[in-house]
Design a protein around this ligand. Structure first.
Ligand code: NDP
Length: 289
């Protein structure tokens, strides 16, 4: 006899967070006399990137962050992008800088990301912030991992001492998520494409975070009964349907908690971007609210 998992409503939690951020922005703006400013750098014409940037613009507007988009052509030189990012770093009215990835192939992502002022690096991808997370669990934390942790916290389940398995070791999602869980005193395993017997490794997990990008990779046989399962994957099927990395319909009968796709981690990522922008603005301007 199995019980259906509690579905974690990322959409509703993200809406709650945005509402409280809106109040913080109002206090900030009346104290400082200006709204926090977020600058997004977008190079080229990748349709998905344009959609993501539009969503970031909409959410910024909703919470009261001043948003500016800097769109450079696909053939922009690396030096040009680096110069723009540096200029944004020098501007006092810009609190957050985000470079929309991926960049066109002729531009080094590393060179551009390292040009971002670490104090304004709201994606948390600058080596200084990555290093701070590794060494002290501080600094600006990448948005998707921050959102994942918040979703886990909101289940009310204690993280300390739990077995956590993170599948996927990217710098954007898997690695920082593993570090955050470690910081919360979980026993963490970081799995990837070379992991031997992935189902067995995953079945250890009280907390299973999946960030791979392969539809239906995680079936019921990978999941410990009652586990918290966070599905980060976003995959578009040939028919246009959006699905995660977890076979939702079967895993929901085994897991204790499960995030849907869409409506799970996705909306949390954008809410955390707004939160990082406000936190960066407050830190830079010495305001607390
Ligand atoms: P990457 O492609 O950078 O990393 C994928 C990881 O999965 C790699 O570490 C890879 O291992 C591992 N992997 C690949 N195949 C397997 C396999 N068969 N078994 C185990 N591990 C495997 O992806 P990202 O981290 O950038 O993104 C992951 C997913 O999350 C994507 O679907 C992406 O669209 C989504 N995403 C969602 C966000 C959101 O807001 N909801 C934000 C960011 C990403 P190896 O290192 O060995 O190659």
């Amino acid at each position: 006899m199995s019980m259906a998992a509690t579905i974690i409503d990322g959409k509703a939690i993200a809406a709650e967070i945005r509402a409280s951020l809106k109040e913080r922005v109002q206090k900030f703006s009346s104290t400082v006399g200006a709204a926090p400013g977020l600058a997004v750098v977008l190079v080229g014409d990748d349709p998905a990137s344009h959609i993501y940037v539009r969503t970031k613009e909409r959410v910024s507007g909703e919470v009261g962050i001043r948003f500016e988009k800097h769109h450079l052509p696909h053939d922009a030189a690396e030096e040009e992008v680096v110069r723009l990012v540096r200029r944004l770093g020098e501007r006092d009215d810009v609190d957050g800088i985000l470079v929309q990835l991926p960049l066109p192939g002729h531009i080094s992502e590393r060179a551009v990301l390292e040009a971002v002022d670490p104090a304004k690096d709201v994606d948390g991808f600058h080596p200084q912030n990555a290093g701070r997370l590794l060494a002290h669990g501080s600094g600006i934390v990448p948005c998707t991992p921050a959102g994942i942790l918040e979703l886990i916290r909101r289940t009310g389940v204690r993280i300390e001492g739990k077995e956590a398995v993170v599948v996927g070791r990217s710098n954007i999602v898997g690695k920082p998520t593993a570090l955050l869980l470690l910081q919360q005193h979980a026993t963490v395993t970081l799995a990837h494409s070379r992991t031997v017997d992935l189902p067995k490794v995953c079945r250890r997990a009280d907390i299973l975070v999946v960030a791979v990008g392969r539809p239906q990779l995680i079936t019921a046989g990978y999941v410990k009964p009652g586990a918290i399962v966070i599905d980060v994957g976003i995959n578009r099927l040939p028919g246009g349907e959006l699905v995660g990395d977890v076979a939702f319909d079967e895993v929901k009968d085994v897991a204790g908690y499960l995030t849907p796709v869409p409506g799970g981690v996705g909306p949390m990522t954008i809410a955390m971007l707004a939160q990082n922008t406000i936190d960066a603005a407050m830190a830079r301007r010495g305001v607390s609210c």
